[in-house]
Design a protein around this ligand. Structure first.
Ligand SMILES: *Cc1c(COP(=O)(O)O)cnc(C)c1O
Length: 371
């Protein structure tokens, strides 16, 4: 078999004519910055998510930055988030000279553990960033209760979770603001970088609108110290085509996940366990992530059989060299550390053929049975 972790060329082949037409229209029009495709995509994604405002920005990382900047998060403020996430989640906290504070994860969902989160709140805490890791919404009821109790902002990192929901509400519609990423391999991916801030709040929307354009409140007049962080018109045109397929693609990912569950149902969970779906949630399987004590052996075996796999993420953030200065140590977040040793994501992308899912599952079965 030959199964990669993602196949962007297979995705493109199916929609090439529509993408070519969309790009052609942008070129014919010659309007490249904050044009009509950006504002239409903002409206479409805001409506899809169930919030009032979407603001296209240059990346998911910048969406986090601008959402925090709009809330005046800065020097000395603490922002609590998970130690087991992509680095971008904390990078922009430090860019604003605020302090990332880690909490541990729930070992079943890989998302913020509510009791660890509650224990990390101090008088300096200003915001919480729950991450909907792998495409599953975090326990937003618990996060919301902690935030309300201490009057904190919630900024969702929904970079991996567009279309995921919990009790009928979509990722991105729980917090004061949320960040989406359109990185090419995300469930809604552009042909380059892109991101979006989502919010229901008029004030946050207006501030992000100004901050992404140098803080400008009029032609060559600047109300805030801002940034240059816009979503390209070309990317927006491409993303509007792909947006029409998002639900279908997410359903295909869910169908692949369901097939894996069928084919791997009888494997001893002590050897290898499958990802759990939280009650009331709709997981969109940005990643389908196994846990396996012999993870590195499984990864090598899959590679020898022609299947890709990937480790998201091999080292939790509190143990990364760049963030040693925060003073954390090994043992501080045991579930994040164990997850980093045990997780392995296997291919689940929408264009997979049934036979490919079956071949990957068969290889995993052979490994688990020691053949
Ligand atoms: C992809 C990702 C980001 C950052 O998105 P970019 O568009 O690559 O800047 C942030 N957080 C998480 C959890 C992500 O997976």
């Amino acid at each position: 078999m030959n199964v990669p972790m993602a196949d962007l060329r297979a995705q493109h082949r199916r929609i090439r004519a529509e993408i070519d037409a969309a790009i052609g229209e942008v070129l014919d029009k010659g309007s490249y910055i904050l044009g009509e495709n950006v504002s239409l995509l903002e409206k479409e994604i805001a409506a899809y998510t169930g919030v009032r405002h979407g603001l296209g920005v240059a990346s998911g990382t910048d969406a986090l930055l601008l959402a925090m900047a709009a809330l005046d998060i800065g020097e000395g403020d603490e922002v609590v988030t998970t130690a087991f996430t992509f680095v971008a989640t904390i990078e922009m906290i430090t860019a604003l000279r605020a302090v990332p504070v880690f909490a541990d994860i729930d070992p079943v969902t890989f998302n913020l553990d509510p009791s660890s989160l509650a224990a990390k709140i101090t008088p300096r805490t200003k915001a919480i960033i729950p991450v909907h890791l792998y495409g599953q919404v975090a326990d937003m009821k618990a996060v919301g209760e902690t935030a309300r109790k201490h009057s904190l902002f919630i900024i969702e990192d929904a970079a991996q979770a567009i279309g995921a929901s919990l009790n009928g509400r979509r990722a991105g519609a729980f917090g004061h603001a949320a960040a989406l990423s359109f990185y090419p391999t995300k469930n809604l991916g552009g042909c380059g970088d892109g991101g979006m801030v989502l919010t229901d709040d008029e004030y946050i929307a207006e501030r992000v609108r100004l901050l992404r354009f140098h803080g400008s409140g009029g032609t060559y007049l600047y109300r805030y110290r801002g940034f240059n962080s816009r979503l390209d018109e070309m990317q927006a045109a491409i993303l509007r085509v792909k947006m029409r397929y998002l639900d279908l693609w997410n359903e295909r990912r869910r169908a692949n996940a369901a097939l894996y569950r069928d084919l791997l149902a009888d494997i001893d969970p002590a050897i290898l366990s499958l990802p759990a779906e939280a009650p009331g949630g709709q997981h969109i399987y940005h990643q389908f992530t196994l846990r396996c004590a012999r993870r590195d052996d499984l990864k090598a075996y899959l590679q020898s059989q022609g299947s890709g796999s990937a480790v998201f993420y091999p080292l939790p953030l509190h143990l990364q060299d760049a963030y040693r200065y925060l003073g954390c140590r090994e043992g501080d977040f045991p579930e994040s550390e164990r997850a980093a040793r045990e997780v392995l994501s296997i291919p689940v992308y929408p264009e997979m053929e049934r036979s490919q899912v079956e071949a990957v599952a068969q290889a995993i079965r052979r490994f688990a049975k020691g053949e």
